[in-house]
Design a binder for this molecule. Structure first.
Ligand code: NAP
Length: 276
């Protein structure tokens, strides 16, 4: 078994994820795994970074596929006996003018952004080694969407005692409510992406709390973040940050020094803790 530290970035064949891998290859003292649901796109991205003189490793990972997540888990367990850095970056967003019915957009978006990310956490968080760092890439849109939820929902999403099961029930209810076209009446904002990212931010707060309760002595730090508005296939060419600039905050959180005990369980943008 290798004692080399190991970092994994989900959805890293392009965009912000690829930029996070690039920065980690330069700064993380260990093996860095670029992962992609499609091995061809993943290997092409590895080749691109190799052209830059970097040496990322590759592993397939589709966060919608539990078997794929478990194959990565087993690989990490066997080869490294765990994991030091996990960046949950993979995500999707329908374009603003996409005509796919809203209920379908809700189901598909929540499936990857919330349920897929949660499944990765369920399988990989138990592998985190002492002083491990976990970064869940959310969005400022989670904050704006939270502000457009009913008071009752806002209270639940800001609660310091909400459980993962309760969060899963709420995310499931959103999808069901969109199918019945009652989501706005039920207090939800009209944004599937926004609700999915509320789920990611709240999940991060819950997971950080559980780490405090169950693994306090391991000094693991887990945070949600927003990379900013970044020029990628998702956000388009008018966005203000380059992918490398978008990687700054996720990488800062991934490389928090072992002496740090904060931030933890926070929502961070531009390397600054934001109110939730
Ligand atoms: P992007 O260029 O569209 O890249 C998204 C990445 O996620 C791609 O590698 C994509 O792989 C991967 N992915 C999607 N579904 C996946 C799945 N089921 N399993 C594994 N990988 C999957 O988007 P981006 O702008 O870099 O976004 C990265 C993250 O930042 C997302 O979580 C996004 O919500 C968040 N974010 C972005 C912005 C922004 O302005 N760009 C702002 C706030 C937050 P494929 O190539 O196979 O599709």
């Amino acid at each position: 078994m290798s004692s080399v530290p190991v970092a994994v970035v989900t959805g890293s064949n392009k965009g912000i994820g690829l930029a996070i891998v690039r920065a980690l290859c330069k700064q993380f003292p260990g093996d860095v795994y670029l992962t992609s649901r499609d091995p061809g796109r993943g290997q092409a991205a590895v080749a691109q970074l190799q052209q830059e003189g970097l040496r990322p490793l590759f592993h397939q990972l589709d966060i919608d596929d539990l078997q794929s997540i478990r194959a990565l888990r087993d690989f990490l367990k066997e080869k490294y006996g765990g994991l030091n850095v996990l960046v949950n970056n993979a995500g999707i967003a329908f374009k603003v003018h996409d005509t796919t019915p809203f209920a379908v957009q809700a189901e598909v978006t929540l499936k990857t952004n919330f349920f897929g990310t949660r499944n990765v956490c369920t399988e990989l968080l138990p592998l985190m080694k002492p002083y491990g760092r976990v970064v869940n890439v959310s969005s400022m849109v989670s904050s704006s969407a939270l502000g457009r939820c009913s008071q009752e929902l806002q209270q639940k999403f800001r609660s310091d005692t909400i459980t993962e099961d309760e969060l899963v029930q709420l995310m499931t209810k959103f999808v069901e409510d969109t199918k019945k076209s009652v989501h706005e009446k039920e207090g939800w904002p009209n944004t599937a992406y926004g609700v999915s990212k509320i789920g990611v931010t709240v999940l991060s707060r819950i997971q950080a709390r559980l780490l405090n309760e169950q693994r306090k002595g391991d000094h693991i730090l887990l945070n949600a973040c927003c990379p900013g508005w970044v020029r990628t296939d998702m956000a388009g060419p008018k966005a203000t940050k380059s992918p490398d600039e978008g990687a700054d905050t996720p990488v800062y959180l991934a490389l928090l020094p072992s002496s740090a005990d904060a931030p933890h369980g926070q929502f961070v943008s531009d390397k600054t803790v934001r109110a939730w």
